[in-house]
Write a protein of this length. Structure first.
Length: 132
């Protein structure tokens, strides 16, 4: 059908973002009905968030909650990733049983402008259709 099995994915497992290969599992085949021939094979509106480290609890639990909350509020995946990082680090500070996560440890692969409630064609931040 040309539709990916998932548009925005979060893989809450250790080391899943360490080599970037996980993106292909969630964004194949290239192209969607909104953009059937993406330049360079990079699909708009598709992204995967994953860990490049051994993620720890309760940080991972806080990050997962933030993922759904922010996406449903209409934030982009890049904004959601930052919110997840802050939630993870809040848990690290609050409970003190694991170190905080660095920017390079929490990986966003794909299109950071993707939204759960919108579709665009990758032209700046011009949104083509909002989904309710």
């Amino acid at each position: 059908s040309g539709e990916p099995p998932c548009t925005i994915s979060y893989v809450g497992a250790c080391l899943t973002g360490s080599d970037g290969g996980i993106l292909g599992a969630f964004s194949w085949p290239p192209g969607t009905r909104y953009n059937p021939s993406p330049p360079g094979g990079k699909d708009d509106n598709e992204a995967v968030i994953a860990y490049a480290i051994s993620a720890q609890s309760p940080g991972i639990i806080y990050a997962e909650r933030e993922f759904w909350f922010l996406l449903m509020k209409g934030y982009t995946v890049a904004e959601t990733t930052e919110g997840m990082r802050q939630a993870y680090n809040y848990a690290a500070t609050e409970y003190g049983n694991h170190p905080p996560i660095a920017d390079s440890d929490f990986i966003l692969l794909g299109d950071g402008l993707s939204k759960a409630k919108g579709v665009y064609l990758g032209i700046g931040t011009e949104w083509k259709r909002l989904v309710q």
